[in-house]
Design a binder for this molecule. Structure first.
Ligand code: NAP
Length: 299
């Protein structure tokens, strides 16, 4: 995130208290940094405690402010309740929640085990709902408004071949947001979604383009803008949707992908050409990444 390219004034987010799930890495880290740079208090959640601590320290070193690491596995309601209790005890109610945490990997759907399906659906579909429910109930009980931003994918509009559990889960979260935008609107709680195109991150590259790079010549050529996304561009949209001045925007999903979804479908349909050997190699690389990440988890 490049502060000089954020389009907002200093202090825009002062007084905001925002939890970013998956805020220790990738897109979540970038958005957490932008909220902090503009004056918000930011909580970042994930399963790898040290990753969160390192990120919180790095953001505060660059921008000052307050970023708090909150180790939490959103697959478990009890862990969510304890993490959110700790946030409320630290300074009162959150004003915003960014549901960014996710798991995903490419696979032929006929090769996915029930465990593989659950690994994605329990984070993205179930975990996102559970943390939204926990925080939403507190907002309603306390008569406080709130603001929820979900990070989706463009395949909520046209399906996700080779990423079916993710496509199903992200589509479910879009339905959740559109439903609760109406149901909880009278409580002052609003919901919006961002559907990013390619923003290369270590986490997603390892499982969606294993052994490759999300920023290849082929990727760039397929995008009408001829490039992948820049993190500050994503942050500018996320800040807009999370800022108090946009409080009448509710129930919307906005793509930020250079019109790649209109041009190409924006999904992994090209993997239809892969043979068995290519899938075996991809699976081995994804499993190695998973084992490495699991070894770092503290929750
Ligand atoms: P990433 O760095 O792998 O981010 C995923 C984050 O989620 C990690 O920080 C991970 O931390 C956290 N997480 C996973 N499972 C969790 C759990 N059970 N409880 C709590 N936290 C959990 O990948 P990314 O590319 O930044 O992706 C971020 C979001 O953007 C995702 O929703 C993804 O679908 C979306 N997106 C990304 C792109 C892209 O091009 N990068 C495109 C479209 C959509 P731990 O492992 O420490 O728990």
């Amino acid at each position: 995130m490049d502060r000089s390219r954020l389009i907002y004034r200093d202090g825009l987010m002062a007084g905001e208290r925002i939890l970013v799930t998956g805020g220790g890495t990738g897109l979540g880290r970038e958005m957490a940094e932008a909220f902090c740079a503009l004056g918000a208090t930011v909580y970042i959640a994930g399963r790898r405690g040290k990753v969160l601590e390192d990120t919180a320290r790095a953001i505060m070193a660059d921008h000052g402010g307050k970023v708090v690491a909150v180790p939490c596995d959103i697959r478990h309601e009890q862990a969510i309740a304890e993490a959110v209790d700790a946030i409320w005890a630290d300074g009162g109610a959150l004003t915003g929640l960014v549901n960014n945490a996710a798991g995903n990997f490419i696979s032929r759907t006929q090769d996915i085990s029930p465990r593989g399906f659950d690994a994605i659906a329990n984070i993205v579909f179930r975990g996102t709902f559970m943390i939204t429910l926990d925080i939403g109930k507190r907002w309603i009980a306390e008569g406080k408004g709130g603001n929820v931003l979900n990070i989706l994918t463009t395949w909520v509009w046209n399906g996700g071949p080779f990423t079916v559990p993710s496509a199903m889960s992200k589509s479910g979260i879009r339905a959740m947001a559109e439903s609760l935008a109406v149901e909880w609107g009278s409580h002052g709680i609003r919901f919006n979604n961002i559907a990013p195109g390619p923003f290369p991150t270590e986490g997603m590259t390892a499982r969606l383009a294993p052994g490759s790079d999300m920023d290849t010549e082929q990727e760039r050529a397929g995008n009408p803008m001829g490039r992948v996304g820049e993190m500050t561009e994503l942050c500018n949209l996320a800040v807009f949707l999370m800022a108090p001045g946009a409080a009448y925007v509710n129930g919307q999903t906005i793509a930020i992908d250079g019109a790649m979804y209109q041009a190409t479908g924006g999904n992994f349909s090209s993997l239809r050409q892969w043979d068995d050997a290519r899938w075996d190699a991809a699976r081995a690389m994804i499993m190695a990444t998973n084992a490495k990440d699991r070894a770092q988890r503290t929750t």
